[in-house]
Design a protein around this ligand. Structure first.
Ligand code: ATP
Ligand code: MG
Length: 213
């Protein structure tokens, strides 16, 4: 059987239990071999002058997944100059690991604006899509978005399939109401973000005085 790898991209400033639990549940549900966490170098969709340096965000990801042998951090987007376009990373991954089927994991909120991503249609020649969400109530918005962005997709039992073969599926996960924005804001106010993120990540934030100014 072809190996299946999940991909979770993000700014991860910082990574938190929402990301990690979602990755764990997709890993289990789709019987993935591993999940790659890919911090964005320079995210094209977000302008944040206070964005932490790539090396720090990568360090936070590595600390968060330490000891989980099916989670891996990939530093490629920090090595390329300019904005990090998912399509370029996915194209490279496909070329480097030709025998792997990729499953790109994306929150429903991100999928709704997927039509504005650079070469979004090409992304589907390199990877399947897994849209994660809080619960089955969101499936209506998911279906509508698929039909709008990919009118050529046809419904099958538990996913949509594009003529070229890749699939787009909806996967409800235990969505924890945690965001990096909220964590940064708590730290800035001198309040505790503990238990919203792995202790090892909190220790680095503390030691390096991240998000204080
Ligand atoms: P920020 O608040 O800075 O936007 P974030 O917490 O939303 O950060 P991102 O790095 O933007 O984290 O998210 C990366 C990916 O993880 C996106 O696909 C997003 O939909 C998903 N994600 C973010 N938070 C959660 C969560 N609590 N549960 C599940 N998935 C999440
Ligand atoms: Mg976000």
């Amino acid at each position: 059987m072809t190996a299946r790898w999940g991909i979770l991209g993000g700014t991860f400033d910082p990574i938190h239990l929402g990301h990690l639990r979602a990755a764990e549940e997709v890993y289990e549900a789709l019987r993935l071999e591993k999940v790659l966490f890919i911090p964005a170098g320079q995210p094209p969709h977000k302008y944040r002058p206070d964005l932490s340096p790539f090396e720090i965000r990568l360090q936070l990801v590595k600390a968060a997944i330490k000891g989980v042998d099916y989670f891996e951090a990939l530093d490629w987007e920090g090595l390329r100059p300019g904005p990090s376009y998912s399509v370029e990373t996915l194209e490279l991954l496909n070329r480097s690991f030709a025998c792997v089927d990729f499953y790109f994991i994306l929150g429903l909120d991100a999928f709704v604006s997927f039509g504005s991503w650079y070469r979004f249609q090409d992304i589907l020649s390199f990877t399947h899509l897994v849209i994660i969400s809080r619960g089955p109530g969101d499936i209506g918005l998911f279906q509508k978005t698929v039909q709008k962005l990919f009118p050529q997709a046809l419904p099958e039992a538990s996913f949509w399939r594009l003529p070229e073969g890749k699939t787009i599926r909806f996967l409800p996960v235990t969505r924890l109401d945690i965001s990096a924005t909220k964590i940064r804001s708590l730290v800035r106010q001198g309040r505790s973000p503990r238990f919203l993120l792995p202790e090892a990540v909190w220790e680095i934030i503390n030691k390096q005085k991240l998000y204080t100014a």
